[in-house]
Design a protein around this ligand. Structure first.
Ligand code: NDP
Ligand code: HSE
Length: 425
């Protein structure tokens, strides 16, 4: 099997290195040899993490997708412009495509899958979700007997690395982000990691495979980690929770809810203890029950492991986009954000005077919201206090109405903070 590679950065370089260091194992498992014919990069003078001996290196990507001997193209450039163009060209040239590009799949996967099918080739993208964890194969193959009703995961390595370093070592956000970039974890535009866009791309892919529906990135409601306040991390800790940036996809009464946001998780849950660049995905199937998948969410060789798994599947002929039931994808019915039911954490900054807590709880009660737990902390000499509350499960629109009412009172001295809670039980 002769392959062509587009991009020799973190992931492309990792693929070359793993193919070289595990050559014997990989050939044995495939039953034949994989050889790199050609690779394209943007700048030939760039320093590489891999050797470029043994294959042609070019700055002209068309030489890869048009190469007569190349049977599989690995798209490891990223983004949705040049990468989309090259992927389409490769598929039209009847070459299989393997990509790690979640943005490309989440936004254009429906049409690319159709293009692949029309040209009797495959487009595979195991590495696009959760780095080295074989999560798409687990969902599409290992759990194929199940109806899935929940997928919840920490699916951005950079974000989890930043939040862990800030919590455990009190490090500064920008400083940790720079380290994540130096380690090759972050996207070319790191706001994709920080603002939850990368996690939303991945969640759209997971939801599509889990529920057998078309890819719909626009349906994912998305909030990043930039607004997570150390105060909330510390109060959540007192209440028995850890804040994680979570992607959640649920199927409730035939309707789908997909969202990415900072989330309070009970400390005792395994997901609450996933730290650094590690990712983990919880999947609940109606036959198997809860299953959990853990591993590195980013990095050169970890991601290469998933890219090469797709390559081996192609060589062995055990691949097929049908494994993901792409033929029978349905259009999904999504739950509007206002109608999502959740438990909430509220942090209210208020004057610490008699009757305030009672007033707040009576507003909540008026909206049928009960208080599961509460902590109050005086924070300054001016008698301001944080009142932190965990509610019962309630519709988002009811929660918002109650918050607007609370916010209007003159004893409130700051904006009410609201974070969803997932018990994951
Ligand atoms: P890098 O920025 O490290 O590498 C991108 C590569 O693409 C570089 O080698 C660059 O060339 C090359 N390139 C850019 N433009 C062109 C072009 N026009 N023609 C040919 N080559 C070009 O990115 P990553 O390796 O980190 O990411 C690649 C993909 O993998 C992305 O979709 C990313 O989201 C995904 N991914 C990344 C993970 C990670 O841990 N980094 C994990 C999972 C997925 P040059 O080197 O000359 O600049
Ligand atoms: N930037 C991504 C992350 C790379 O940090 O998770 C892996 O998809």
């Amino acid at each position: 099997m002769k392959i062509g590679i587009l991009g020799l950065g973190t992931v492309g370089g990792g693929v070359v290195n793993v193919l070289s260091k595990n050559h014997q194992e990989i050939s044995r498992r495939c039953g034949s040899d994989i050889s790199i014919e050609i690779a394209a990069v943007k700048d030939l003078k760039q320093k590489r993490i891999c050797s470029t001996d043994g294959f042609k290196l070019t700055e002209n990507s068309n030489d890869v997708v048009n190469h007569p001997d190349v049977e599989v193209v690995l798209e490891l450039i990223g983004g949705t412009s040049i990468a989309k163009d090259l992927t389409e060209k490769a598929l039209k040239n009847k070459k299989h495509v393997i990509t790690a590009n979640k943005a490309l799949i989440a936004k254009h996967g429906n049409e690319l899958l159709k293009l692949a099918k029309d040209n009797s080739v495959s487009i595979l993208f195991e590495a696009s979700v959760a780095g080295g964890i074989p999560i798409l194969k687990s969902l599409g193959q290992g759990l194929t007997a199940n109806k899935i009703d929940l997928v919840a995961g920490i699916i951005n390595g950079t974000g989890n690395f930043i939040m862990t370093e800030m919590k455990e070592k009190g490090r500064d956000f920008d400083d940790v982000l720079k380290e994540a970039q130096a380690l090759g974890y972050a996207e070319a535009d790191p706001t994709f990691d920080i603002e939850g866009i990368d996690a939303a791309h991945k969640l759209a892919i997971l939801a599509s495979i889990a529920f057998g529906v078309e890819l719909n990135f626009e349906a994912v409601s998305t909030e990043g980690i930039s607004q997570v306040d150390p105060e909330d991390i510390s109060i959540a800790d007192e209440l028995g929770y850890i804040i994680k940036h979570l992607g959640v996809a649920k199927k409730i009464d035939g309707r789908i809810d997909t969202r990415v946001h900072p989330t309070l998780i009970p400390k005792k849950r395994l997901l609450a203890n996933v730290n650094g660049v590690m990712n983990a995905v919880l999947i609940k199937g109606n036959a198997v029950g809860p299953t959990l998948y853990y591993g590195p969410g980013a990095g050169d060789e970890a991601t290469a492991s998933a890219v090469i798994a797709d390559l081996v599947d192609l060589v062995k002929g055990t691949h097929s986009n049908d494994e993901f039931c792409w033929k029978q994808l349905e259009k999904a019915n999504y739950i509007e954000k206002d109608n999502v039911e959740s438990i909430f954490y509220l942090r209210i900054l208020a004057s610490d005077k008699p009757g305030v807590l009672a007033d707040i709880t009576s507003i909540l009660a008026k909206h049928n919201i009960s208080v599961e737990s509460v902590v109050q902390k005086q924070i300054d000499a001016d008698n301001n206090a944080h009142i932190a509350i965990i509610t019962n499960k309630i519709l988002t629109k009811e929660m918002n109405k109650a918050i607007n009412e609370i916010q209007a009172h003159d004893y409130i001295t700051g904006t009410v903070k609201i974070i969803p809670v997932e018990t994951l039980d």
